[in-house]
Ligand binder design. Structure first.
Ligand code: C2E
Ligand code: CA
Ligand code: CA
Length: 585
């Protein structure tokens, strides 16, 4: 070798040395374990953090198989292979097993290392300790799972779990030809107790009464608390129709036995409405509604009694048959309208969109609210036509507003039935194509009744396909319905809506407040937006801002209004000063 070349080589190796010293210092600077793995899967280099995480020394680690230090060596090797195929991987969950046996949950990132010729020489892998986050989120999840199915005050099932049990009981009663009764119970004058003695006494009485009522039921029955002093009992598996009577009588007595607490003797009573399941097509919701109506009869008749639903309460079945045709005719006659309710950022005052809510402009009955007619068409093909009309109308509205200089995204509600229909994506594509001037980004779909979503991977695929079209999703009424957290995790929704019932009671009911806080944290963790609906007062808005929820919708901002009223409202609206202050705090 010529002298010149020799000097070059020497210089080069000096530079290399410097470079590798620099690389070492970088590796050591990392608080996360870092290792370099050879093509054979052996550790060739590591930093101090790796020694700490595994409990082995540098000497012990170098030359050993990297996969030995993970609780799932096969998975570790599979990920390693993937790095070779893809060039890198991010955020793979693994667990490192320490010499002393304790385990650290980590998220691994890794990429291939290349030499100067561009050939792969090994893999650089980094692991981040996520044990604490995992623990916290597990606890959080378990807690949320619990509060989404049980009433925290009485530990009775809540409305969600009740809906689930009731549907199962209905199937069972059909299969076994047994009688099923649904009873709606409402404590008489309970508000007086709360107002006179305060909520803590009220809570105590509710706990005692719940326990007594539970004791009065049979094993196969379900007792749920569905609101303040309202309960529903499902009496399953009755052999004869009249067998519900003694059970209700026991419930009535259980409540009316005096309760002594804090030196005061309370005499409570309960009004009960009951309905029997028959094969007339009435599902769980309808049964509860009938029982509710019958309960009103019991109240009217003087309280402290039960009343069996009969056609005098409301001949719901007849109404149902008539109205299916009526609704289809109303669609033809263009009697439906969409009202719009603004959605705002309470802190900045920005109006971020509007929710389209359907109404029936009935020639005789006037403006009919959606819950008076939508349940009738629920699960019938005609609800698909109504649903498409809603999307189409919203798209037209977006473009009409745009033509007068208003750019406002619109969200519409879609039922689980509609979303799960085979041709949903095709139909949505066609509707969007019919409005080429509207950007699909301006349309959001609020998925109702996540509880009714059956095949979650199919729904998730549908939603992904719609996202490809540019359309966003929100999960509506979050916290009600049976919405396990896995749904939340797997469904590509960019926003969730806090159900208005929680929002309504959040200032008085710490359990509702806990649910709201939980959902807000969860949304943060999963990087979803949260919007609160049913914000009825400035105080509600302030409390939500303090919890970190800025987006809201509700009567204290605006009631749903006809499309034509929106421009003037947009001109006039300003957020309350209290909200700006709350946001700064
Ligand atoms: P939702 O999607 O949860 O809609 C919000 C409901 O809360 C609306 O009732 C709205 O008027 C009401 N609301 C808004 N702000 C407040 C408030 O501050 N306090 C209270 N107490 N209520 C407030 P609306 O319009 O009667 O609609 C009821 C439900 O009917 C909707 O609940 C949704 O589930 C369904 N719905 C409405 N429009 C459609 C539609 O086009 N398609 C389908 N499938 N369902 C619809
Ligand atoms: Ca909605
Ligand atoms: Ca809602």
């Amino acid at each position: 070798m010529s002298i010149g070349n020799r000097i070059k080589t020497l210089n080069k190796s000096a530079t290399q040395k410097k470079a590798s010293a620099y690389a070492r210092s970088l590796i050591e600077a990392s608080l996360d374990p870092l290792i370099i793995i050879s093509a054979e899967g052996k550790i060739t280099d590591l930093n101090n953090a790796t020694e700490k995480a595994t409990g082995y020394t540098h000497e012990e680690l170098v030359g050993s198989a990297f996969s030995d230090y993970f609780t799932e060596p096969d998975k570790a090797r599979a990920i390693y292979k993937l790095v070779y195929e893809k060039g890198f991987v991010t955020d793979y969950s693994l667990a490192i097993c320490h010499k002393d046996g304790h385990v650290t949950d980590v998220l691994c990132n890794a990429s291939v290392c290349r030499n100067q010729r561009g050939e792969v020489e090994g893999v650089l892998a980094a692991a981040r300790d996520v044990t604490e986050q995992k623990k916290a989120s597990k606890k959080h999840h378990a807690r949320l799972e619990y509060i989404s199915h049980y009433d925290v005050l009485t530990n009775l099932p809540n409305r969600t779990l009740l809906a689930d049990r009731l549907s199962q009981d209905i199937l069972k009663s059909e299969r076994k030809h047994t009688v099923l009764a649904v009873a709606f119970l409402d404590l008489d004058n309970f508000k007086v107790v709360n107002d006179t003695y305060g909520h803590h006494v009220g809570d105590e009485l509710l706990i005692i009464v719940s326990r007594r009522m539970e004791d009065a039921l049979r094993k196969e029955d379900t007792l749920a608390r569905i609101g303040g002093d309202e309960f529903i009992a499902v009496l399953a598996n009755l052999e004869k129709t009249e067998n519900y009577q003694p059970v209700l009588e026991r419930l009535r007595l259980a409540v009316s036995k005096p309760i002594t607490t804090g030196g005061i003797v309370f005499h409570l009573s309960v009004s009960i409405g009951v309905t029997l399941y028959s094969q007339d097509g009435a599902g769980a919701d309808m049964l509860m509604r009938r029982a509710d109506q019958a309960m009103y009869r019991a109240k009217q008749a003087g309280k402290n009694r039960y009343y069996l639903f009969d056609s005098a309460c409301d001949d719901a079945t007849n109404i149902q048959r008539e109205s299916l045709d009526d609704i289809s005719a109303a669609l033809d006659r263009r009697e439906f309208v969409l009202f719009y309710q603004p959605k705002v950022n309470m802190a900045s005052g920005e109006v971020v969109g509007a929710e389209g809510l359907i109404r029936w402009q009935h020639p005789v009955r006037g403006l009919v609210p959606p819950l008076d007619f939508l349940p009738i068409v629920e699960d019938h093909a005609i609800s698909l036509d109504v649903g498409e009309w809603v999307i189409d109308t919203a798209l037209s509205q977006i473009s009409q507003w745009r033509s007068i200089g208003i750019s406002l995204p619109i969200s519409v509600n879609i039922s689980a039935y509609q979303l799960q229909h085979d041709n949903f994506v095709t139909r949505l594509t066609a509707l969007l194509a019919a409005h080429p001037d509207v950007s699909p980004h301006d349309l959001e779909l609020e998925v109702l009744e996540t509880s009714a979503l059956r095949d979650i991977s199919q729904v998730s695929a549908t939603m992904h396909a719609c996202r490809e079209l540019g359309v966003h999703f929100a999960l509506d009424d979050f916290g009600t319905g049976y919405s396990p957290l896995t749904y939340f995790k797997r469904l590509p929704a960019s926003a969730i809506k806090l159900d208005r019932h929680f929002v309504r009671d959040m200032l008085d009911d710490r359990y509702d407040l806990a649910i709201i806080e939980g959902v807000i944290h969860l949304a943060e963790a999963f990087e979803r937006e949260v919007i609160a609906e049913g914000v009825e007062t400035i105080e509600h808005g302030t409390a939500l801002l303090q919890l970190g929820c800025k987006l809201a919708q509700g009567y204290c901002i605006a009631k749903p209004m006809p499309a034509n009223d929106m421009p003037a409202w947009l001109n006039d609206w300003k957020p309350d000063d209290a909200w700006r202050i709350a946001d700064v705090e």
